[in-house]
Design a protein around this ligand. Sequence first.
Ligand code: NAD
Length: 445
Amino acid sequence: MPHKPVEIAAPAGKLGVLLPGLGAVSSTFIAGCLAVLRGDSRPIGSLTQMGTVRLGKRTEHRMPLVKDLVPLAGLPDLVFGGWDIYEDNVYQAALKAGVLERTLVDSLKKDLSAIRPMKAVFDKKYVKKIDGPNVKKGRTKMHLAEGLVEDIIEFKRKHRLDRLVTIWCASTEAFQRRAKVHESIAAFERGLKDNDPNISPSQIYAYAALMAGSPYVNGSPNLSCDIPAILELSRAKHLPIGGKDFKTGQTLMKTIIAPGLKARMLGLHGWFSTNILGNRDGEVLDDPASFKTKEESKLSVLDTILQSDLYPELYGKINHKVRIEYYPPRGDNKEGWDNIDIFGWLGYPMQIKINFLCRDSILAAPIVLDLALFFDLAHRARMAGIQEWLSFYFKSPMTNPGIYPEHDLFIQQTKLKNTLRYLAGEELITHLGWEYYQDDYVSPA
Ligand SMILES: NC(=O)c1ccc[n+]([C@@H]2O[C@H](COP(=O)([O-])OP(=O)(O)OC[C@H]3O[C@@H](n4cnc5c(N)ncnc54)[C@H](O)[C@@H]3O)[C@@H](O)[C@H]2O)c1
């Protein structure tokens, strides 16, 4: 039976979308939103803008748009801002990224040029391959965090915003394991004051965003809000957090194909994935420490989907390799090759080859839009802590301690849509469907 809808505050007023990192993904996202608002482009790839949710029985034909089922902020209410280590405004950043055609970027020049990066919190130790002048100075990491909080409060005041969402779209930081300083908010705040080397810039942004009342989302694979200290703070401030690593390109394909192989009980000997990529993200990932962060995120996907502990005969001995090669001529137009060695009936081997000529930021931009709107929804619905129902968008979804993440795109989609039904007070859909065959099937006692 339907239940009472969850109380959700109306999305009144303006929503600020703050982006640490105004590079390829951010500029493609912002320019795309402006082009859609102007009415000459479509928000393809965005579930919040184009998706529907089935409600009730199939005979009822109720299929509202997501944005008509739950109260989401509208595109006209979004105000964009962010930080970067370079001084380029978003118009210049979009041209440098080279993702969108120059004519489109030029047609949005006035609005894009008005978005100038605030001074970043940056530490070369965490991103070795780049350096820039637009960086905050501060005696301690606590001073840097306070500087970010001031930026956020000032941005909110200046643009008369009602609410905020912060989404990390900056470079992938070097691989890092959890340290003592990450274990509680008290330890973390002490570490900020003592300049603890284990506190990375992205963790400082996560802390500052929550302190300033903004939900925080991590779009890259580095350790950021997935530490106990930030989880504790998100609960104390009653704000949503989530991540990590936008699920685009090759991993998106992996999480579409691997569940299909498992569903049909087809075995897997190995999966070799290689990419060539020529944008700044590719350059950053050319550093082994940053690549290790990405590799960990990409490798974990197959293990969880295939459940080798349950199916040792099919998935017990998989050779899984992931390579990323920085190849500048390719720019943002990445090319990925997958060679998948599978086996079927009586162990007979077969192969699947995938050659995906994708555009990284074109796949990432609608994810940023959906996450901004859904995290704002979660905030207004008073859902604090980790938003596992948004795993759909991430390569390494965060979960509460003790729960393994769901990587299968279709389970993630069901979880997301059932959460929307739940919020709207609609019946959840189990796909059992006995009611359509009442005369044919024996009803359960
Ligand atoms: N494009 C995709 O499909 C995709 C998928 C998953 C994850 N990601 C992640 O999203 C992030 C952005 O990707 P991109 O292609 O836009 O990269 P990009 O290199 O074009 O942009 C990143 C920007 O972040 C800036 N930056 C670095 N450190 C910063 C800091 N501490 N504070 C503020 N700015 C900082 C850089 O100067 C750069 O302009 C990367 O971490 C990437 O791994 C992208």
